[in-house]
Ligand binder design. Sequence first.
Ligand SMILES: [Zn+2]
Length: 289
Amino acid sequence: MKSLEGVWRRYDPEIAPIPLVFDSPHSGEIYPADFDHQPARDVVRQAEDAHIGTLWAHAAAVGATLVEALFPRSYIDPNRSLADIDPALIADAWDEPVILTRKTSQGIGLVWRIVSGGVPLYARKLSAAEIRARIESYYVPYHAELAKVLDARHRAIGAVWHVDCHSMPAVGDVNADDPGRERCDFVIGDRDGTTCEQPFTRFVAESIAAMGYSVAINDPYKGVEIVRQYGRPHERRHSVQIEIKRTLYMNERTLAPHAGFAKLEADLRTLTASLADYVNGRLSTGLAT
Ligand SMILES: [Zn+2]
């Protein structure tokens, strides 16, 4: 295992590498010293996709690579565009491009303004220099590591399959796109078919359904910046997002794993082995579509 302290950790293949890469951008729990959030830590931690890196760590056993962020996504969110900046959060001028999105208006853009339940994250505005430092010290190195791994695998074989791993609240809160609705066990996102070859998206969904879970595709989560940035099917770079319902493996409030954790982890091992078979099968057929 390699790591950059407080920023990322990388699980390298334990057998011959295959072009299958996982990343967990939201399971980080090392809170930087200058993160002076106002609500209590347990409230801020509701934003974490807790334990997701651990749940996928087995991927190295099939020859895949996993990159995990170590910093909390509420500090700076790797799954947002650098232009997804809320000017209302900044005390002074921000001279980089700004493209406001629905996430910005929800207060959960690149640097979050609110946390769970709509509670303001800070008692003050942040300086542009502080935000720049978070980008340079956390966001950029995380993306650089993920891009490096994806490029290396793609260079070796001419194709790469990437799974962006997340977890989601069981029910959408008032600020979500689906308030009050109970979610499926898994949601697969490929931004409406634009970030991944469709056979892979279908294969992921069907493999999960075959284990008895409910699965939705692109509803309510289509995938955000990470699959948008790295999924380029015409270059044989395929990215899907997988969201897992948190109540399958933990108490959503305390983040403590419950009895379901071991079963989910075992099922994810089965899924990862199937994904490795898919990738190896595609390689053995000369990547013909
Ligand atoms: Zn997430």
